[in-house]
Design a protein around this ligand. Structure first.
Ligand code: ZN
Ligand code: ZN
Ligand code: ZN
Ligand code: ZN
Length: 604
């Protein structure tokens, strides 16, 4: 069923159209109109600059985009030159117009720290200046500095580009990464090198250190062997032995809690030590292997192993490559290193002790379990029937019955949201109790088990964020009284009212998963036909027909609206066919300002 409050929520209160950004209730056309209306209220005194600022303003596409402004020079306080030529930091007194999510409008945040870039003799080279200013971004999430506006120093007539605070306070360079305020030159200057005692290894470590491009990259080090507590040997062969260890001092990691990212040691880091036999004799082999590892976090997108440094066993003199940790259980590289997810180990741990009592069903469940590819995928299970509290029957036909139920223990979900590194909590599968599920009882499934399993195989095991029309399956159960087999579905795919499968919807060329049932919507509209009338059968028919054409959650429901519902009626234009008025629709279900079109009376 369509929820009227949620539809109400997606309509712009000013123009009555669907908001550009539904979540934050932001309307682009209205924003652009207001900016245009405001063009006459400011000027830089130079037509080309005005043009440029206007064009930048009209580029606004999202509520978080910056609205570039003309900023009078007396708005800046506390102007301080930086060590880099042509740059200064300053306080912008009134501050930037920023979108306030709570109040759903733009507000100024006063006393904003900004960077000023002075363009020498720019009053003569306005075209070049425009190119320069275009190199900055108005987007919230972008790794180049954001542009707030243009100003002019009245003493020199030099123009100024006003940027977000993006200069390193120590060296005056623009930050490599604006979001973290991380300065690569300063970082490189401050690096300290422990000496390995071997020139080639020292050179390798320096080379790896100079590769850093982001605050998240690993700073490869020479790590003295006494910094490790060996926990256990995981595996060995003729070339290497692999150990699980705790690196007591830990790697240098960015501390995100502070305003400016600073590297600090993260103690007691779990790492893998790969001890290469006789590596003191073949250092080139050691270094060639070490080069294959990455200093970048893959964020789970691929499975490259991270390298933290090189060490050496003082007794055997074997060199050691210090790597991100392997699965502590089986000693293999994790299926997904970022989430410490080892598919074989997790399957063994979670599903050793169960049986459905039917070989074919057991085989099917095992097959479905082996299909998982990611931490988000659903682990299909055998679910005992006493795990369910039935809430109601939703629908039935000759083949099946559909029920709404609560699964008491609930499905297994991998708690990958919490990064192990930052909270010290291990990733594991945890049950999400009291989960609402849909049960589909297939008639005669105990005698036609192959048909039943063929149907079950077609359902999806893709988890969170995977949008599709195919219902997602949690598992199989069996009613002990009738022996019927049951497919257990994730909530959100079947209408709880009629049992129809929901379809994905397209909104602004994005596919979205919405719980909207067209048959139920049409039924409720039909039932409501008796509750309103225009007094004219033809008009009623027209509105009814239009209502029944609704095809998407995002379509607007056309209604009969009594005239006394309108207030503040104003003529806004006349055309060949009618007069256009604007009005306030007092308490219509959309509670919005809409345009009302009326035919002019035909007088003879
Ligand atoms: Zn609007
Ligand atoms: Zn710096
Ligand atoms: Zn494992
Ligand atoms: Zn329905």
């Amino acid at each position: 069923m369509r929820d009227t409050t949620s539809q109400d929520d997606i309509i712009c209160k000013s123009c009555g159209k669907i908001c550009t950004d539904i979540t934050d209730k932001w309307c682009r056309p209205c924003t652009i109109n207001n900016l245009k209306k405001n063009f006459t209220n400011w000027t830089s005194g130079n037509e080309k600059i005005d043009d440029f600022i206007q064009k930048m303003q009209l580029k606004t596409e999202k509520h978080l985009d910056i609205i570039v402004e003309w900023i009078p020079y007396d708005q800046f306080d506390n102007i301080k030159k930086t060590s880099k030529d042509g740059f200064a930091t300053a306080i912008w007194k009134d501050g930037l117009l920023e979108y306030n999510r709570e109040e759903r409008k733009r507000k100024r945040t006063p006393n904003k720290e900004v960077t000023l870039k002075y363009l020498i003799n720019s009053q003569n080279v306005i075209n070049e200046f425009s190119n320069e200013a275009k190199a900055y971004s108005i987007k919230e999430y972008n790794h180049i500095p954001k542009i707030y506006g243009i100003s002019q120093n009245p003493a020199t007539n030099n123009y100024i580009i006003v940027l977000e605070n993006s200069c390193c306070k120590e060296c005056g360079e623009i930050y490599m990464e604006i979001w973290s305020k991380w300065c690569r030159p300063c970082q490189i200057n401050n690096l300290e090198l422990n000496h390995s005692g071997n020139k080639k290894i020292d050179e390798f470590i320096q080379e790896m250190q100079l590769k850093i491009e982001s605050v998240r990259d690993i700073i490869v080090e020479w790590i003295p062997y006494d910094q490790f507590n060996i926990i256990k040997e995981i595996s060995k062969d003729n070339f290497a032995r692999i150990y699980l260890a705790i690196w007591k001092v830990g790697p240098l990691e960015c501390n995100y809690d502070e305003e400016k990212c600073k590297h600090k040691r993260k103690p007691n880091k779990e790492v893998t030590l790969k001890c290469l036999n006789n590596s003191q004799n073949v250092i080139s082999d050691l270094l060639n292997e070490a080069k294959t590892y990455s200093i970048k976090d893959s964020f789970g997108l691929n499975n490259t192993l991270k390298i933290y440094g090189i060490s050496q066993n003082p007794d055997t003199k074997d060199y050691i490559i210090v790597l991100d940790s392997f699965c502590e259980n089986c000693g293999e590289i994790y299926t997904n290193t970022y989430y410490r997810w080892c598919k074989p180990c997790h399957l063994i741990q979670n599903f050793a002790n169960w049986t459905s009592g039917n070989e074919k069903i057991d085989e099917f469940i095992q097959e479905m379990q082996l299909k998982i590819e990611s931490v988000r995928d659903i682990i299909v299970e055998w679910i005992p029937y006493d795990q369910f509290n039935i809430i109601k029957e939703i629908s039935k036909d000759n083949f099946a019955r559909i029920y709404l139920a609560i699964w008491k223990d609930g499905p297994l979900e991998y708690n990958y949201f919490y990064r192990y590194n930052y909270h010290g909590e291990k990733y594991k599968y945890e049950r999400q109790p009291n989960k609402e599920v849909i049960l589909k009882y297939s008639n005669n499934s105990q005698s036609a088990i192959n048909d039943f399993l063929n149907e079950a195989k077609a359902y999806s095991i893709k988890g969170k964020y995977h949008i599709c029309d195919i219902p997602k399956i949690y598992g199989i159960s069996q009613n002990p009284n009738t022996s019927e087999y049951i497919i257990v579905f994730k909530d959100g795919h079947y209408c709880k009212n009629c049992g129809e499968i929901y379809h994905t919807e397209i909104y602004k060329s994005n596919i979205r998963q919405v719980k909207w049932c067209k048959p139920c919507q049409i039924n409720s509209l039909k039932q409501n036909f008796v509750n309103w009338t225009s007094g004219n059968e033809k008009i009623d028919n027209f509105i009814q027909k239009t209502q029944l054409k609704i095809n998407s959650y995002y379509d607007i429901i056309v209604e009969w609206i009594p005239y006394d519902q309108f207030n503040n009626i104003k003529e806004i234009g006349k055309g060949g066919f009618g007069t256009v008025y604007s009005a306030i629709w007092k308490d219509g279900p959309l509670n919005s300002k809409i345009e009302l079109k009326r035919t002019t009376p035909n007088k003879e």
